[in-house]
Design a protein around this ligand. Structure first.
Ligand SMILES: [Zn+2]
Length: 242
């Protein structure tokens, strides 16, 4: 009987041990999983700015390169700095992911520099009530030209925002895509606030390159993008007051 009791105890112990082990394995799995998610779930972060502007690339990353060693990172920064001034004049609190030729990889601990840079930008984009990331394109087909506006697929607010920005961009630049393009694979678009990624034109196309390197064109584009943002804010505030 005594032996039988010991057997029951040890059987209980054994099952407790396995339950405990399974719990530990699950815990280890989920903590690892949630760590991965945690890097992305800065969505609960406090909103600091009315608008967050992101000039694509910077620092080690030149972005698209046009003939004659012309780097996307410089032209998009110029546009974004002008946008900051325009939107600030309209009374908005404007944040920038960068205001010089740097990347933001220092904001994140894990991964390679490009990955950390992207995650750093994602973190910053979540500090704005609205965001926009400005880029210039490049492709092998030199006939490709014009602007593209990307937004996060299946988000109605973001789609409205994209339409309003595209409408303004179309006044100063030809369009590569006549409608905003939905995407599911661009991290910045997944930010909690509505964020767009705008390709202002193709550095690989001679006509677009001539425009992108023209300061006057960049100024008119900065105004167009800013106006699109202002129109969206007006629309959003109107929706909320109804
Ligand atoms: Zn780019």
């Amino acid at each position: 009987m005594g032996r039988c009791f010991v057997f029951i105890i040890s059987k209980k112990w054994l099952s407790s041990f396995f339950i405990l082990l399974s719990c530990l394995i699950l815990l280890a799995f989920f903590s690892r999983y949630s760590l991965g998610i945690h890097t992305l779930s800065v969505a609960r972060q406090e909103i600091i700015y009315d608008v967050m502007l992101d000039a694509g690339h910077g620092g080690i990353d030149p972005g698209a390169i046009g003939e004659g060693d012309l780097y996307e990172k410089h032209y998009v920064l110029d546009i974004v700095l002008q946008m900051r001034d325009i939107l600030t004049k309209h009374g908005l609190k404007v944040g920038l992911t960068r205001d010089s030729d740097v990347d933001v990889s220092h904001l994140v601990d894990n991964g390679g520099r490009h990955r950390r840079d992207l995650l750093g930008r994602f973190k910053l984009m979540n500090q704005g009530a609205v965001g926009i990331s400005v880029h210039a394109n490049a492709t092998k087909d030199k006939t490709q030209r014009g602007a593209i506006v990307f937004y996060q697929k299946d988000r109605y607010i973001n789609e409205m925002y994209a339409k309003l920005v595209l409408e303004e961009v179309a006044k100063v630049q030809v369009l590569n895509e006549q409608h905003p393009v939905p995407r599911t694979t661009l991290l910045l678009l997944k930010s909690n606030p509505p964020v767009l990624l705008v390709e202002i034109g193709f550095m690989s196309n001679p006509d677009d390159l001539a425009k992108i390197t023209d300061p006057q064109f960049r100024t008119s584009l900065a105004h167009a993008l800013s106006q699109g943002i202002l129109n969206f804010i007006a629309w959003r505030d109107g929706e909320q007051s109804e």
